[in-house]
Design a protein around this ligand. Structure first.
Ligand code: GLN
Length: 245
């Protein structure tokens, strides 16, 4: 078995340890004897929806999003939509998450989104939403608390058809108001929780690996348990940082 990852705009959309999330997926595969490959797709590159099973779109500042958005819609939207419809995993973080929606409105400017999830992001007046966060998420295998860190100026509002990734236990989530965090649809997940999201939340990392392998090999794999003492300690620490704040 091989986990086939495609990093979208790895040179533009990669703030806050986004590379670390991919490295963590690689290590968890290697530790189990599962093959791993990672390709990158930058500006102008076309994407083969069947060639990869896990697509990763990291965070970015407004200016990075401005640089990639139109290109992504033009050169990758169709392939990503077809991959997601076909069960591929797509994980998008913060700036990447905002670009999954219809658009990101920055004053007069409208940055186009992929339209893969029913949501809108607006840069409204008010402070940036920054801090440690804890979210109760459920990917149809029981609720878990995800620990992470958020830092965004944009406020995201889910449309009527959208299902959140989770509920905010502590922090701001999508907009600091409705208690919702992120989005999920099929195996697409968007979240404001930045890297190191996956090293701090091994359940999420393994769930994504298993779903991606299921797409390619047909059966949901039973992943070998790993010695996660260090990772679980990191999770506890991140949870405490959020909950005790
Ligand atoms: N530019 C976006 C915002 O500030 C996302 C920033 C990020 O990825 N941290 O809302």
């Amino acid at each position: 078995m091989e986990l086939r990852v495609l990093a979208l705009y790895p040179d533009q959309m990669n703030i806050y340890a986004d590379r670390g999330n991919i490295l963590f997926l690689q290590r968890r595969c290697e530790w189990r004897g599962i093959g791993f490959s990672c390709a990158g797709a930058g500006p102008g590159d076309r994407v083969d929806p069947a060639a990869h099973d896990l697509f990763y779109l990291g965070g970015g500042q407004d200016r990075d999003q401005r640089m990639v958005a139109a290109d992504m819609v033009e050169t990758k939207r169709e392939a990503l939509a077809s991959a997601v419809d076909d069960g591929a995993v797509l994980l998008a973080v913060c700036g990447g998450y905002q670009l999954l929606g219809h658009s990101y409105q920055l004053g007069e400017e409208r940055i186009p989104g992929l339209g893969l999830a029913d949501l809108e992001t607006v840069r409204e007046p008010g402070p940036r939403l920054i801090g440690n966060a804890a979210v109760r998420a459920d990917l149809d295998d029981g609720p878990r608390v995800i620990a992470g860190f958020e830092n965004h100026g944009g406020r995201t509002h889910l449309g009527g058809d959208a299902r959140p990734f989770g509920e905010v236990v502590k922090g701001f989530g999508n907009n600091g108001e409705d208690g919702l965090e992120g989005v999920q649809r099929d195996n697409l997940i968007g979240t404001y929780l930045h890297g190191p999201l996956l090293p701090k939340n091994t359940w999420l990392a393994d769930r994504l690996i298993a779903l991606a392998l299921e797409r390619r090999y047909g059966a949901f794999p039973e992943l070998e348990l790993l010695d996660d003492r260090m990772e679980l300690a990191a999770q506890q620490c991140a949870r405490r940082a959020a909950l005790d704040a």
